[in-house]
Design a protein around this ligand. Structure first.
Ligand SMILES: NC(=O)c1ccc[n+]([C@@H]2O[C@H](COP(=O)([O-])OP(=O)(O)OC[C@H]3O[C@@H](n4cnc5c(N)ncnc54)[C@H](O)[C@@H]3O)[C@@H](O)[C@H]2O)c1
Ligand SMILES: [Zn+2]
Length: 358
């Protein structure tokens, strides 16, 4: 159960560059994949504290941990450090960290000197299945998530599962929320791992490897069809329209909030006549048994305010992702007012069942 699984290499084909994903790779064997010199590492203070002794011997720029760092101030700080380190057009920038480090590294590397080569070692489950993949890089601005950024594929992503052992449970479950999302939008067999209600442990490297491989394949297939999100890529937002509002309004981890958002989307899919009651019940049981959700009292008013704040710039319509069946998602263009009604209907309905278990 704890033996290390083999390495699996996956290529994500991008418009401007392909991305090589080494799933099951190791931080200790990085040297094989990156240049021998002129590399600068970007990491956060927590990953630095835990793993810097295993970093290759290159200069390190360390930023504060967490979402609060994902801003233009941090980008300026890193630009200054790059100047001080005499970075040039041949410098390779390596981000070692979770989604925040990946998003920041990709943005810095894409803009400094009009673009340097870059890669990631993804150190959280969320980064291994989602944030490191697909070429979206950016930062938050004026309280709005990911509003400044670029599409640009990393040359390399290493997913070293052994690093996940030091994640706290909260962070680990957050990543599992995204894994569950991939099951619902494109890999229904993967959902079987969740419905037993047994905790998927961080030490079960074989299972983690399997889940990461399957997730990477779904993300690859979607990104390759629609790299810059004009259609199919919207499916990756399953559970996210309300998930983002729940995350901000209730301070939940991203993946847990997305799990709530998926419950909502499943309810709406059934109510709108797209998903059978049987499939809807199945989907609901999978989420409730996954261990990702811990009962939270959802406050409708707070949620509505947050939702409307999130939607300020999207005009009168948004794309909401719904299910035809488990593994078969589609996005529907819906009027904001209609989506607001969906939110209220769901909270009122859900409240009677799960949300008051705190
Ligand atoms: N670009 C994309 O396509 C994309 C997709 C999904 C999410 N994201 C972004 O990813 C970010 C969330 O990513 P995240 O959940 O990885 O957050 P994170 O990078 O903030 O990491 C979470 C915490 O775990 C710590 N950590 C990282 N690796 C660790 C390890 N191995 N052991 C112990 N602690 C470790 C970090 O220091 C941090 O405190 C958000 O900003 C989100 O917007 C981007
Ligand atoms: Zn997400």
């Amino acid at each position: 159960m704890n033996t290390l699984p083999g390495i699996q290499e996956v290529i994500i084909k991008g418009l401007f560059r392909d991305s090589k994903i080494i799933i099951g790779g190791s931080l200790d064997k990085l040297g094989k994949y990156i240049p021998k010199s002129n590399v600068i590492i970007i990491t956060d203070e927590r990953v630095h504290e835990l793993y810097s002794s295993r970093f290759p011997a290159f200069p390190v720029i360390s930023i504060k941990r967490g979402e609060e760092s994902k801003n233009l101030g941090t980008i300026e700080f890193i630009y200054s450090k790059l100047l001080a380190l005499n970075a040039d057009r041949n410098t390779y920038v390596l981000g070692i960290g979770g989604g925040v480090v990946c998003d920041i590294t990709g943005f810095v590397a894409s803009t400094f000197l009009r673009g340097l080569k870059f890669g990631f070692v993804a150190t959280t489950l969320l980064a291994q299945v989602d944030a490191s993949l697909g070429g979206k890089n950016g930062v938050n601005f004026s309280g709005i998530k990911n509003i400044i950024g670029v599409f640009n594929q990393p040359e390399l992503v290493i997913c070293d599962h052994s690093l996940l052992k030091t994640l706290n449970e909260h962070e680990f479950l957050s990543g599992l929320g995204e894994v569950l999302k991939y099951g619902f939008i494109g890999d229904p067999e993967m959902l079987d791992y969740f419905k037993s209600g047994e905790f998927i442990g961080r030490a079960d490297l074989k299972l983690i490897h399997e889940l990461v491989v399957r997730s990477v394949h779904i993300k690859k297939s979607i990104v390759e069809k629609d790299e810059i999100e004009t259609g199919e890529r919207r499916l990756l937002n399953f559970g996210h329209t309300f998930g983002h509002a729940i995350e901000s309004a209730h301070g939940l981890s991203h993946g847990m909030a997305v799990a709530y958002g998926m419950l909502a989307a499943i309810y709406i899919s059934e109510r709108e006549g797209y998903l059978s009651q049987e499939e809807s019940n199945r989907a609901r049981v999978i989420i409730l048994k996954s261990g990702i959700i811990k009962g939270v009292k959802i406050n409708l008013e707070k949620l509505q305010t947050q939702f409307m704040a999130d939607k300020k710039r999207s005009g009168n319509f948004l794309y909401f992702v719904l299910l035809h069946s488990l593994g078969n998602a589609f996005s529907e263009k819906a009027e904001i007012g209609k989506v607001e009604n969906w939110l209220a209907d769901w909270v009122n309905w859900e409240d009677a069942f799960t949300l008051e278990k705190d």
